[in-house]
Design a protein around this ligand. Structure first.
Ligand code: R5P
Length: 294
């Protein structure tokens, strides 16, 4: 984002995300004031308490559980537009609806494309962290606005570098893109598994030969943890191969239905996430986020 007026941008943070005060301090930006509440019937009330006419505005919303967040976000961006904000950017530390990237079965909605179209109509630019790019090579394939992607791998690699006697495990072929990068930077060996997903919570993970690695600590790395089944199944396979100490790190810890508890109860030694979705934070993306928003 380039600031064209003398005034600093305003950041609106309807969720109270921990990145907001950090970004305000680093950019610098002003924290915008707004009042939001729900009426008894579940409809939203929104009022912007900061003047926005002619100001560059940034909305910070992490988009896990998106169906309940999208409408309030639309009310906010539409109101900013109507009140003549100079520009509206979205900082979405986690970007939802990236995994349904094709029609797997006849008649299915390709929600990634539909959601991208909806969001592109609301904001002028977007910054996000590690969107799940699998069959799309870039956000440009579906987003019509300028986007900037921040990588979580460098901060996870920085954390992993200080760990000793570990090997990195990517649970599926998609994970190789960040696992290889993390392993190379942190100087640890890695293996990549193969995942079969038969349903939302029906997953199996197979791994290649682990001889010479099984006495080390395995660190499973994934971009997203949702139901937790990928991690739990990967842990089962590691255990069946004689690996006893297992840690796990991910960029986005959604932990749907408290799946973090299930993962920890399955015997995980340590769970690490970045601060895109506040939870088990060991590594912070603030500096990278600051650079991307400048
Ligand atoms: C999928 O391709 C992603 O990289 C993750 O492996 C997946 O989203 C994890 O989902 P769950 O926690 O529900 O197994």
């Amino acid at each position: 984002m380039t600031t064209m007026s003398n005034e600093v941008p305003i950041i609106f943070d309807p969720q109270g995300h921990p990145l907001a005060p950090l970004l305000c301090g680093k950019l610098p930006a002003e924290l915008g004031q707004l009042s939001y509440r729900r009426f008894p019937d579940g409809e939203s009330y929104l009022r912007l308490d900061s003047p926005v006419k002619g100001r560059h505005c940034v909305v910070l919303v992490e988009m896990s559980s998106p169906d309940r967040k999208f409408l309030p976000l639309s009310f906010l961006t539409s109101t900013l537009r109507e009140l003549e904000a100079a520009s509206i950017g979205l900082v979405a530390p986690y970007l939802c609806y990236m995994r349904q990237d094709r029609r797997f079965l006849d008649g299915e909605a390709i929600t990634s494309r539909i959601f991208a179209e909806l969001l592109s109509n609301q904001v002028d630019w977007m910054v996000t962290v590690d969107p799940h790019l699998h069959r799309y090579t870039s956000l440009d394939e579906i987003y019509a606005i300028p986007t900037k992607v921040i990588q979580g791998a460098p901060v996870l690699a920085g954390w992993l570098k200080s760990e000793t006697d570990v090997f990195v495990v990517g649970p599926d072929l998609e994970s190789e893109q960040w696992v290889a990068q993390i392993a190379e930077y942190s100087g640890h060996p890695y293996v990549i598994g193969e995942k079969q997903r038969l349903g939302d919570r029906d997953v199996s993970v197979s791994l290649p030969d682990l001889s010479e690695l099984e006495t080390m600590t395995a660190v499973i790395i994934d971009d997203v943890i949702s139901s937790g089944q990928t991690i739990i199944e990967c842990m089962h396979t590691l255990r069946s191969r004689g690996v006893t100490k297992i840690n796990c790190a991910c960029v986005h810890g959604i932990f749907a239905g408290n799946s973090d508890k299930a993962i920890l109860e399955a015997g995980l030694s340590e769970l690490v996430t970045t601060n895109t979705i506040p939870h088990y934070i060991r590594v912070s993306l603030t500096n990278s986020m600051f650079l991307a928003c400048c």
